[in-house]
Design a protein around this ligand. Structure first.
Ligand code: GUN
Length: 297
C-alpha cells in the first residue's frame, strides 16, 4: 500500500501548535506581524501572497501587504524595505519572487534586515544554514523536513536525490538534509539540467524530491520500488477548466504512486507546509525580537 502523505493534515497540526505560541506572545502583549511585498502583477504570485495574508488572518497575526506597480523603480522598493526594517510591528517580511527584470532580486535580499528575513534568503541567513546554525530555515525545505518527520521517515543514513538546484528549494533542502542534526544526516545528491543519467540517480535513491519546476518531470520509470517521493512542484498547465489551467506537480503522479512506498499529492502535499512554515518563522521572529520565549513545534 502506498502511503499518501497528507500535507494539509500535517500543516494543520503545525498551525495548532503555533496557535499556542501566538497565545503566549499575546499574553506578553505581542502580535506577530508579517508583511508581504509584491511588485507587479504576476498571477501566480498574487495567489501565493493572498494565501499568505489569509493565513495571517486565520492565525491572528498582523498581516500587512504592500503592492508596488510593475514599473516601480528599484529605489521605491528599497524605500519600502527600509520602512519595513524600521517598523516595530513587522517582525518578518518577504519580497515575493520573481520581481520585474529591471530590479536585481539579490540586491533586494541584501537590504532586508536578516532578523526579519522569514524566507531565510538573505546571504547571512543562507550562510548560517550552510554552516549548520540556521536562524530561519527556508519555508519549503523546512516543510519537507517536517512532512518526512510526521510520516516517520527519517532521512538519517538514507540516499536522497533532489531533482532541482534552485536557491529557494534544491540548495537549501540539500543543506538541511545534510546537517548533522535531527531530520538530517542523509547522503544527498542534487541533480540539475547538466546532470548525466538523472534516472540512475533517482533509481538509486531511498527518497526522491522533485523540485525542478517542470510538469511531471519525474515518472514511474525513474523510480525503484518502495521509494519515498516528495513533489515540490506547482505548475500551471493549460486545461479545459473554469480557470483555463490546472495545477500539476513535478512528478507524474499515477505511475510514481505505483512504485512509491509514500508520496505527496499536488495539491495538498508540500504546498500547505510551505505556508505553515512561513507562519512558524514569523512567530520565531516575533519571539526573538520581543524576547518572549515560546515553545515552537
Ligand atoms: N516565489 C516562489 N516561492 C517563493 C518564496 O518562498 N518566497 C518568495 N519571497 N518568493 C517566492
Amino acid at each position: 500500500m502506498t502511503e499518501i502523505i497528507d500535507g494539509n493534515a500535517v500543516a494543520e497540526s503545525v498551525r495548532n501548535d503555533l496557535s499556542a505560541c501566538v497565545d503566549s506572545l499575546g499574553d506578553a502583549g505581542v502580535v506577530p506581524g508579517l508583511a508581504t511585498v509584491l511588485v507587479g502583477e504576476d498571477p501566480a504570485s498574487e495567489t501565493y501572497v493572498s494565501m499568505k495574508q489569509r493565513d495571517c488572518e486565520e492565525m491572528g497575526l498582523n498581516g500587512v501587504h504592500v503592492e508596488l506597480e510593475a514599473e516601480a523603480s528599484p529605489q521605491e522598493l528599497y524605500d519600502t524595505i527600509e520602512d519595513l526594517n524600521a517598523d516595530p510591528e513587522v517582525h518578518g517580511y518577504l519580497v515575493q519572487d520573481p520581481v520585474p527584470d529591471h530590479i536585481d532580486y539579490r540586491e533586494v535580499l541584501r537590504r532586508i534586515d536578516p532578523a526579519k528575513d522569514v524566507d531565510g534568503f538573505h546571504p547571512e541567513n543562507v550562510g548560517r544554514l550552510v554552516a549548520g546554525n540556521p536562524r530561519f530555515k527556508p519555508c519549503t525545505p523546512h516543510g519537507v523536513q517536517k512532512l518526512l518527520a510526521a510520516s516517520e521517515i527519517d532521512p538519517e543514513g538514507k540516499d536522497v536525490t533532489i531533482v532541482g538546484r534552485s536557491s529557494i528549494v534544491g540548495k537549501p533542502l540539500a543543506n538541511l538534509l545534510l546537517q548533522k542534526a535531527e531530520g538530517g544526516n542523509a547522503t544527498v545528491t542534487v541533480c540539475h539540467s547538466r546532470t548525466e543519467d538523472i534516472d540512475e540517480k533517482t533509481r538509486g535513491a531511498d527518497i526522491v524530491i522533485a523540485a525542478v519546476g517542470a510538469p511531471e518531470f519525474v515518472d514511474g520509470s525513474m523510480l525503484s520500488e518502495g521509494t519515498v517521493v516528495i513533489d515540490v512542484g506547482v505548475n500551471r498547465v493549460e486545461a479545459d477548466t473554469e480557470k483555463g489551467y490546472e495545477l500539476v506537480g513535478d512528478v507524474a503522479y499515477e505511475g510514481a504512486a505505483e512504485k512509491a512506498s509514500a508520496i505527496t499529492p499536488v495539491p495538498g502535499g508540500v504546498g500547505p507546509m510551505t505556508r505553515a512554515m512561513l507562519l512558524y518563522n514569523t512567530v520565531r521572529a516575533a519571539s526573538q525580537q520581543e524576547d518572549v520565549a515560546v515553545d515552537l513545534p
